[in-house]
Design a protein. Structure first.
Length: 602
């Protein structure tokens, strides 16, 4: 073996020398998709050649930068895509959770607001309250277009009624006649005995029954399509009983077949009778049911049945008196004068109650509309006399307008009071007077109830004798009373919304009657002058009511009559302008809708 020195100091080369990098250019990394052949001795490649990953047809259509997209889901990006997916799912879940919690909070706030505005009985369960709140919301006509989905209203009220009369919220509610119940022909079972329930429960139950009755009136001419649970008018049903069906509205959909339809709701009398024949309702509640049922009978053309219902209302009001014949004449229903005096009240004798006054007024109004003015006029006069001769209450209820309750306090006190009210449970209204105690005036001033009676009296007197001054004078006094009450309501004398609406209605009716009477008298006077060739004494008789005798001094009778007419018509025009200002915004949207095409949820 030769030594290293003997070999010339160098070992022989085992492999050939590699050529240096051309021109000093460092090798560049190559993409996996590169297909060109490379010489091993010419360029060093950092990444190995992998021809099986190449896509020659696609690579020819893409630019060099876009070719990297072909490896987007590579090993390096797999973890990034997974992390981003988990993060997106997490934030989506968080967002939907907050959205659901916001919806639940909004629903709870709405419930709290509704409970403070219109409380429901605390004894009721959550779903019973929720159904009643839903019915109230549906019948408020929030769209302000006069359409109410009465099918939705009836569905919610019926669900609440079933829970109140069942075992859910109907504990201690019993059937009458030893638990078997009383059956009324063509109506059904009589009302239940709710005497053991609290006032809150009974008031809520009465509201549900009256709501069902009102819904039944609106759905009386509607049918339910059992296949789709939709409500349609009877006129659009296709069947033998309706050979010429009316085309339905576009939103109603396809009209139903007669064999697939049934009555949309129970009859109104089935709900009114539950109040009239039930036990535990107050006299005022039973009277309200009787009057609304009588009005429904009048609307359907059953005047005789309506009169019987008004008479039943008088009997209900008389049932609270021990000696009703001493207050009311049993035949003519005229109030006896000796029982309405202050001396009789001080002596302890029974006097007319508010229920008696209202019941006989409703009956007299019905008879007057049927033309029996001889029966109605004495009743109106006796009721007016009873109201004006009733004693004035020594301690009238103090009325404070809502806007003035917080006067004298700072904004901070009002804010603290509002916030603190959110943490207090809503208080259900206390039981109002039943109307069975003797009638007492709250104020010595004339009320709109008296003005309404005077309007009736004026209409009857003018219809009986158009040329007389009495009918016109009664109408003018009634209009002045309504106008004075509205003026007083803007000052210290506060009127409830119901009383203010009554005064507005009385003022509107008085202005209309006043104008019609003036035009009728003017026409009558012209006809008499043309036929007789002279002056009408009837026209001149009532001139003193408007202008006095001073307005006709130095004038002929015809000139005086024309001047009186012009002055009165100008006064009526001013009154009509006020009526328009008082009524605008209050009555423009107050009309009922048919509610056709509603969805039946029950």
């Amino acid at each position: 073996m030769l030594s290293r020195a003997a070999a010339g100091g160098r070992l022989p080369a085992i492999r050939a020398h590699r050529s240096p990098t051309a021109n000093g250019i460092l090798p560049r990394p190559r993409a996996f998709t590169q297909n060109s052949k490379l010489l091993v001795l010419t360029r060093h490649t950092i990444r190995p050649q992998l021809p099986y990953l190449s896509q020659p047809h696609l690579a020819r259509r893409l630019s060099p930068l876009d070719q990297q997209v072909l490896r987007l889901l590579s090993t390096e990006t797999k973890r990034y895509v997974k992390d981003q997916t988990v993060l997106a799912a997490r934030w989506t879940l968080i967002g939907w959770t907050f959205l659901a919690l916001a919806g639940i909070s909004w629903f709870g706030i709405q419930i709290a607001i509704d409970e403070r505005n219109n409380p429901t009985p605390a004894e009721w369960t959550f779903w019973t309250k929720n159904y009643v709140r839903g019915a109230r919301f549906a019948r408020e006509d929030r769209s302000r277009i006069g359409l109410v989905d009465w099918a939705m209203v009836g569905s919610d009220y019926m669900k609440a009624l079933l829970r109140l009369e069942g075992s859910t919220d109907g504990k201690d509610v019993m059937e009458q006649a030893d638990g078997e119940g009383i059956v009324i022909p063509d109506v059904g079972k009589a009302g239940l005995d709710i005497s053991n329930k609290s006032w809150e429960w009974r008031a809520g139950y009465f509201e549900v029954l009256m709501g069902c009755a009102e819904t039944a009136e609106h759905l009386n001419d509607m049918v339910l399509d059992t296949t789709r649970r939709l409500v349609f008018p009877k006129e659009v049903v296709i069947g033998p009983s309706n050979p010429d069906p009316r085309p339905p509205a576009a939103y109603m959909g396809t009209p139903p077949l007669e064999e697939n339809t049934t009555r949309a709701f129970d009859t109104p009398e089935s709900f009114y009778m539950r109040v009239l024949t039930g036990k535990g309702f107050t006299t005022k509640q039973r009277l309200e049911a009787a009057w609304k049922y009588a009005a429904w009978l009048e609307q359907t053309g059953l005047n005789d049945s309506a009169e019987e219902m008004y008479k039943w209302g008088v009997d209900i009001a008389k049932s609270a008196l021990q000696t009703p014949d001493a207050v009311l004449d049993p035949k003519t229903l005229v109030l006896k004068d000796r029982q309405t005096s202050n001396a009789a009240a001080m002596a302890g004798a029974e006097t007319a109650t508010p229920n008696i006054l209202d019941a006989v007024t409703k009956l007299a109004t019905h008879r007057a509309r049927d033309g029996d003015v001889a029966f109605a006029l004495p009743i109106f006069l006796s009721v007016l006399r009873a109201r004006r001769s009733a004693p004035v209450s020594p301690n009238p209820a103090r009325r404070i307008a809502p806007s003035k309750q917080s006067e004298g306090g700072s904004d901070l006190d009002a804010a603290v009071s509002m916030i603190s009210s959110l943490f207090r449970a809503p208080v259900f209204p206390s039981q109002p007077p039943s109307g069975d105690r003797p009638f007492v005036r709250e104020t010595p001033l004339s009320t709109c109830d008296e003005g309404e009676l005077m309007l009736y009296i004026g209409e009857i007197l003018f219809a009986s004798s158009p040329n007389s001054a009495e009918g016109l004078s009664w109408t003018k006094q009634a209009t002045q009373i309504a106008e004075a009450n509205l003026d007083a309501s803007k000052g210290q004398h506060y009127l409830t919304p119901e009383e203010k609406q009554q005064c507005k209605s009385c003022l509107r009716a008085g202005a209309s009657n006043w104008e019609a009477m003036l035009l009728k008298l003017a026409d009558t006077n012209v006809d008499l002058r043309a036929r007789e060739g002279g002056q009408s004494a009837g026209w001149f008789e009532w001139r003193g009511w408007f202008g006095g005798n001073g307005g006709v001094k130095g004038q002929t009778l015809d000139e005086a009559r024309v001047g009186v007419l012009e002055a009165e018509m100008q006064e009526v025009e001013k009154l009509k302008e006020r009526v328009a200002k008082e009524s605008i915004g209050d009555d423009i949207y107050k009309h009922r809708g048919s509610g056709g095409g509603g969805v039946w949820i029950g």
